[in-house]
Write a protein that binds this ligand. Structure first.
Ligand SMILES: Cc1ncc(COP(=O)(O)O)c(C=O)c1O
Length: 419
């Protein structure tokens, strides 16, 4: 038997990726994955850009490249971030294999075993997984519909030494909620005062369908140590595996060294093709189309939930991103509901795995970007009926019986630890 490192015992398989293996079957109406709409991928423009690069630039595009990334792409990101409120030079940009790699490199470069990382509860599961690999301890901070509470964060910072604050400021995964402007400014100030680094993970910032755009936390206080992460996954296509980190040059140097050891550099061909495409492709018009498409799907999901779910169900009303977060009535366990839902061929992700500590089991996450409005209405009708069914089963006093085989038991059988 191959013996694994001790730290692997701190890391759990992603329960969500395990669920996705079941829910992405063709006959299942799935709202589980965080999948963008494939019909919105700019496949033609990407095909032309790849062909152009291979015809005219093959020697460089197929060769090893610098770890920091392809110069023109770094320059494009720096200019774009400057326009979005985070002034940056190309030397402050590292091109990564998706923002997931950015999270992992930050963990590798900043976290020592036993260090405390402050996270929201619930938080993005794959970040928790990555920080666990570096043997982080998690401290959760109260979160409401305006994001992480700055007051609660301040209490934690006064009470203990914190290494990193991890935030998803826009349309958080999984809750869909957004950090208010006032809290952004306060959190940046607190980070500056306490000398604690903020990791601002922002895959959804450009996918806002209503309400005013808010500036990145990284641009709000020149003294705050903030690393900003972005990605082309949700705006172009996740299969490109193209993201970026923006920070001061010293931090970018450290992340670059961490990346050298990880994968030498992000794919040269992909970087050059996307940079070539962005020379002529109207990225803002593309974002405009995406916002229309996803805004319509978000509206469809909110109105079908309103129509289809029984009293006592609560849900977030995001202004962008890909997810709605739901709380089931009467303490109903979302993992048990999942079993009923799969029987009706509709899927979601139960909320428990998103909590680093004590999970709130009556929560679940719904993705709305990957299905057209009619399918969303059908899916929510099926799911709402499952909730109604469980309530009826529970009797007039609406005590929910936990009769169905628990998903936890299924995971345990498959060797996936519950969080
Ligand atoms: C909050 C958050 N961070 C990072 C990622 C990873 O994205 P990427 O495809 O850029 O690695 C995701 C993907 O869903 C996400 O929701």
């Amino acid at each position: 038997m191959i013996e694994l490192a001790r730290r692997m015992s701190c890391v759990q398989a992603s329960a969500i990726r395990e669920i996705l293996k079941v829910t992405e079957r063709a006959d299942v109406l799935s709202f589980a994955g965080g999948l963008p709409a494939p019909e919105a991928f700019p496949a033609g423009a990407l095909a032309r850009a790849h062909a152009d690069v291979l015809a005219n630039d093959a020697a460089a595009a197929l060769q090893y490249g610098p770890t920091e990334g392809f110069g023109p792409l770094r320059a494009w990101v720096a200019e774009r971030m400057t326009g979005r409120g985070l002034p940056a030079a190309p030397g402050q940009v590292l091109i990564t294999a998706g923002s997931q790699q950015g999270i992992d490199l930050v963990g590798k470069a900043l976290i020592d075993p036993g260090d405390t990382v402050v996270v929201e509860a619930p938080s993005y599961l794959a970040a928790l997984q990555s920080f666990s690999t570096y043997e982080a301890r998690f401290e959760t901070v109260e979160t409401d519909d305006d994001g992480m509470s700055a007051d609660a964060l301040e209490r934690v910072l006064l009470a203990r030494r914190v290494r990193l604050i991890y935030l998803v400021p826009n349309f958080q995964n999984p809750r869909g909620t957004t950090l208010s402007l006032e809290r952004r400014a306060r959190i940046a100030r607190l980070a500056a005062q306490h000398g604690v680094t903020v990791l601002e993970d922002d895959p959804y910032g450009e996918l806002r369908y209503r309400g005013p755009t808010l500036p990145p936390v990284a641009g709000l206080d020149p003294d705050a140590p903030v690393i900003h992460l972005g990605t082309f996954s949700k705006t172009l296509a996740p299969g490109l595996r193209l993201g970026y980190a923006v920070a001061d040059e010293r931090t970018i140097r450290a992340l670059t060294i961490a990346k050298q050891a990880a994968d030498l550099h992000t794919a040269s061909l992909t970087q050059r093709a996307v940079a070539r495409m962005l020379e002529t492709f109207d990225y803002d018009a593309h974002l405009g189309r995406l916002r229309l498409l996803y805004g319509e799907r978000l509206d469809a999901m909110l109105s079908s939930i309103e129509r289809s779910f029984p009293e006592g169900t609560a849900w977030t009303r995001p202004e962008g991103g890909l997810f709605v977060w739901m709380r089931l009535p009467c303490g109903m366990d979302a993992q048990d509901l999942f079993v009923d839902a799969m029987r009706e061929r509709v899927a979601f992700v139960p909320g428990a795995p998103f909590y680093p500590g004590d999970p709130c089991r009556e929560t679940l996450r719904l993705n709305f970007s990957n299905r057209p409005p009619l399918a969303i209405a059908e899916g929510m009708a099926r799911l709402g009926a499952c909730v109604e069914g469980r309530l009826r089963e529970a009797g007039p006093e609406r005590q929910v019986a936990v009769a169905a085989p628990s998903l936890l038991t299924m995971w345990a059988r498959r060797g996936v630890k519950a969080p």
